[in-house]
Each structure stands twice: as C-alpha cells, then as structure tokens.
Design a protein around this ligand. Structure first.
Ligand SMILES: [Zn+2]
Length: 270
C-alpha cells in the first residue's frame, strides 16, 4: 500500500538469486482498514493474495501467512476494544483464517504468539490463548505456523514444547520466527524449525547449528520506517560473504536456503 509492493520486491529479489518469499499479513489498520471487524481481515486476505500472485507470476515460490500478532492485541486494547468483545472478534478472525486456508487463499498461520516486550498480564494471556487456538488450527489443517515470541532461551522453547505436546501438534509445523543467537541453540536442541534474522546471522550464530534453520529478512516494506529490518536481497549478500570467508559450507547454505524451506514451508524446490 505504501511501500515497494510484492512485484518490485520479487523482481529485484529474483534477479539477485532469491527463489522463495513468505508474505506475512500485517494488521488491517496498517493498511488503512480501521474498523475492528472480521471484514477488515477479509480485505487483508484479498490484498496479500493479490500481491502473492504478482510475485508468483515473476517466477517465485510464495507462501502466504495471516495470523493475529501480539502487538495487534495491545493496539486494540489501546483503542478500547478488550476482554470478551475482543476475544469474540478475534475468534471470528481465526475462523476466517481457517476458511481462507481451506479455500486456498492463504498457506499458513502467522504471526501469532506472545509479546516480546512488557505489556499487561491480561493482554499477554489473551495472546497466548489465541496462539493455542492457532496451534490447534495448524494441526488440523496441516499447515505451517509462524510464532512471534519473547526470546527467553530455554524457557521460551520449553513452553512451546509443552503446549504442542499437550495439543498433539507436530514440531515441524511450528516455526519460531526472529530467533536470536541464544534462543536458537535451544530451538535446535528441541528440533523446532526457526528463522534467523539475516541482520544477526554471523559466525557466532552458525555455531548453534543449521539443521532446522532458515533465514528471514523481516522486511516491512514501509518507507516511513526504513532500517527496522533488512531487505530480502541482503540474504544472498550475507550468504555469499560467509561462503567466501569459508565460515559456512555450501552444504550448510543449501540446507538453510533450500532444503529447510521446502520441508517446513510446504513449497516445491526451485
Ligand atoms: Zn515478528
């Protein structure tokens, strides 16, 4: 709406070696759909579906995600929508996500999860309730789920492990997004797929292992907020640099950039 859009991003990313892109929906108010109703989310589904088609037409593999971000819950509380009323709207959003997946309009659920910053206990608990419901949905629909979590190392990973075990969700469906260096070694120990932010991906990060690792740019495509994330085309630059310095092997690069993406994002190999 305000940024480059999927077409220009896909063109440049493909030219510089990219083959897969995950498009994750932002909250409706971010696109100017201000009403806090399920229909606003329907418009977001249509929007990301249209953008994904543009990227696909340029030859990229694309996976489309929609969820309820923990920061969204805080925003609705600030706007005075809370408690039972908010839960009922957001349950409707999860039903929309379910039908959008069943109808082939989106491919996975995310981001959902917990605030990584201080918030009220009530908002935190609501975020976790919705994450749990999203896990059940991902389990039943057999789609990937991208989690936005606090970076609490062992405790973060233990809590997700406990939840998925009690719900019967496969760990391979649960992708821990924006995992930092410390948390990534725990995530690897517990065999969860995760995405490493390309801006923190270095020799130190590589030490925690790449068996379950993928890379993300976390690109926001918002010209008002430059520099809050990396660009998708920073990924090939960082990888080439690590390969040239001999810090990373080609096998490791292939695992991160191709194998794991095919396996955990449910897409065809390039
Ligand atoms: Zn996130």
């Amino acid at each position: 709406m305000r940024g480059l859009g999927a077409e220009r991003v896909a063109k440049k990313f493909k030219r510089l070696g990219g083959w897969f892109i995950a498009i994750v929906a932002l909250p409706p108010y971010y696109y100017g759909f201000e009403e806090i109703i399920v229909e606003s989310y329907m418009r977001v589904v249509e929007l990301i579906s249209r953008e994904a088609t543009r990227a696909r037409e340029l030859g990229l593999e694309v996976a489309r995600f929609m969820g309820i971000h923990p920061a969204e819950i805080d925003e609705y509380y600030r706007r005075g929508v809370r408690g039972e009323r908010l839960y009922s709207i957001l349950s409707g959003v999860l039903k929309l996500v379910e039908s959008a997946i069943r109808n082939g309009l989106i491919d996975g659920i995310g981001e959902v999860g917990r605030q990584h910053y201080t918030t009220s206990p009530e908002r935190f608990v609501l975020s976790e309730i919705l994450m749990r419901e999203a896990m059940i949905l991902a389990r039943d629909l057999r789609v990937p789920l991208q989690l936005h979590l606090e970076q609490g190392g062992f405790i973060t990973v233990l809590s997700i492990k406990t939840l998925i075990d009690s719900l019967g969700v496969s760990s391979r469906q649960v992708i821990l997004h924006h995992t930092n260096t410390e948390t990534s070694s725990w995530v690897s120990n517990y065999k969860f797929p995760f995405t490493a932010p390309v801006k923190y991906f270095n020799e130190e990060y590589l030490k925690s292992g790449v068996e379950y690792c993928m890379l993300e740019s976390d690109f926001l495509d918002d010209p008002m907020r430059p520099g809050v994330s990396a660009y998708p085309w920073d990924i090939p630059v960082v990888i080439r640099n690590l390969l040239m310095k001999g810090i990373m092997s080609e096998e490791q690069a292939y695992r991160i950039l191709v194998d794991n993406v095919v396996k955990y994002m449910n897409v065809k190999p390039p």
